[in-house]
Design a protein around this ligand. Structure first.
Ligand code: PXL
Length: 280
């Protein structure tokens, strides 16, 4: 069985980061180790929350793994709390990255044209260094603009997306995937470009509601799919279909959107969709 390690925070309630990655990646048949970078009572979109930074644990935990000879088939990073943590994650890649393992970076730091309130304007440059070391990065359009200095636009065509993808590759990653791409009302999807010039896009219907944590759900599912042997396009499509199913399943929920989507009820569907794609 493949083993991955994910470096991100534990937000104890609110369905994001590790509380999404662990169940989803495990359900997909991949061992999911965790390196918690911080413990929060909830993610930072709740009005009241606590944060305990765990930066000082990254090095001793890594040392112990190295002594044990533990290796990973994939390394997956999400929300990182500070520029210093970005530097530590780069060091982790240098220690545990190999030519035959996959480094996937979701530079979770911004949406809707704005950097999350927890970060200052120097943070994207530190995250860009993390992206430079990745095989695959999965920013949304806001994050792509902050990483590359491109202008953020809400109305655009294919040339704008192509330009963003090219700028993202210039950071140094092998494959750049842009999420939240839309060329026509009612459709939403992803587009990727890799170093060899291969491109791909996939669209689903656009769901009217927007929930917190769907980016983390998306990246976790993509990683699980690739680790199980799907090609990237198939993994991106599977993850998009799964997130749509989760949003649809949450439509009647009376909880506020920041509690995240009810992905739990859709795990059996995810397993079926994965097996179907693996058979093809
Ligand atoms: O879902 C991204 C995320 C992860 N972790 C924490 C967050 C956020 C987004 O706001 O606050 C702590």
């Amino acid at each position: 069985m493949k083993r991955i390690i994910t470096l991100q925070d534990i937000s104890c309630v609110g369905r994001c980061s590790i509380t999404v990655a662990l169940p989803v990646i495990s359900a997909m048949g991949v061992e999911c180790g965790i390196l918690p970078t911080a413990v929060l009572s909830t993610h930072t979109m709740f009005k009241t929350f606590t944060v305990k930074d765990l930066s000082d644990q990254i090095e001793p935990i890594s040392d112990a793994w190295e002594t044990e000879g533990i290796t990973f088939d994939g390394i997956y990073t999400g929300y990182l709390a500070s520029g210093d943590q970005c530097r530590q994650v780069c060091e982790f890649f240098d220690r545990f990255g190999r030519t035959d393992n996959l480094v996937l970076v979701d530079p979770a730091m911004a949406d809707n044209g704005k950097l999350y309130a927890a970060f200052d304007e120097r943070f994207p440059a530190e995250m860009a260094k993390v992206c430079a070391k990745a095989d695959i990065i999965l920013p949304n359009i806001t994050e792509a603009c902050l990483l590359t200095g491109a202008e953020y636009r809400t109305e655009y065509g294919e040339a704008y997306i192509r330009d963003l993808l090219e700028r993202l590759l210039e950071l140094g990653c092998r494959t750049a995937v842009l999420t939240g791409v839309s060329y026509e009302p009612g459709k939403l999807g992803v587009a990727y470009l890799d170093r060899s010039g291969k491109d791909f896009s996939y669209f689903t219907r656009r769901c009217p509601q927007s929930f917190h944590g769907t980016g983390d759900l998306y990246s976790s599912t993509v990683l699980g799919g690739v680790m199980r042997g799907l090609d990237l396009g198939d993994a991106l499509a599977l993850a998009a279909d799964f997130v749509v199913a989760c949003i649809e399943a949450s439509a009647s929920s009376t909880e506020p959107r920041w509690y995240g989507v009810e992905f739990e009820s859709q795990i059996p569907l995810l397993c079926r969709m994965l097996e179907e794609r693996l058979k093809k």
